[in-house]
Design a binder for this molecule. Structure first.
Ligand code: FES
Length: 160
């Protein structure tokens, strides 16, 4: 092989130098194949790590039951989307509903019939039937939900 570049005595030597258009084509093909490879690796990983939202996550309203299923001075846990809710029927027959997650450390609350309060068993936190924190460590009231009675069905929904 001749050590000189573009040697006039060596036939075809000038053809060995790549033309700019060939180099550009090779760069485009190489770059495209690298991008395609990255896409084929990263897309399945992203799809696995970020699952599509389930219909339950978008749920804003739920029918909890019929009016006569709930006795006065009682509480019923239900699910609204991915969170628990509590439907309380007061001793006067009124319905109230809250997100059933304690505002202290996120335990699920329950209705305590003997005291007519919403109670958190984790640290003995208590809420009145308006959802206000009345004793124990919870720092703020429960998040309220809206209750509507349609016919004999009791529906609970997130506030607008
Ligand atoms: S988590 Fe409810 S009182 Fe602590």
């Amino acid at each position: 092989m001749c050590p000189e570049r573009n040697c006039p005595n060596c036939p075809g030597e000038e053809n060995r130098a790549e033309s700019p258009s060939k180099r550009r084509l090779l760069n485009v093909l190489l770059g495209g194949s690298v991008l395609a490879w990255l896409g084929s690796v990263l897309y399945p990983m992203a799809a696995f790590l970020l699952p599509p939202p389930s219909p339950a996550m978008r749920e804003r309203s739920v029918m909890v039951g019929t009016v006569n299923e709930f006795a006065n001075n009682s509480g019923t846990l239900f699910r609204l989307g991915t969170r628990p809710g509590i439907l309380v029927r007061t001793d006067r027959g009124e319905f109230r509903a809250f997100i059933a997650i304690c505002t202290h450390l996120d335990c699920t609350v329950q209705f305590k019939e003997d005291e007519s309060v919403i109670w958190c068993a984790c640290h003995n936190g208590k809420f009145n039937l308006q959802g206000m924190n009345i004793s124990g460590p919870p720092p703020r009231p429960l998040d309220p939900l809206e209750v509507s009675v349609r016919g004999d069905e009791v529906h609970v929904s997130l506030p607008a």
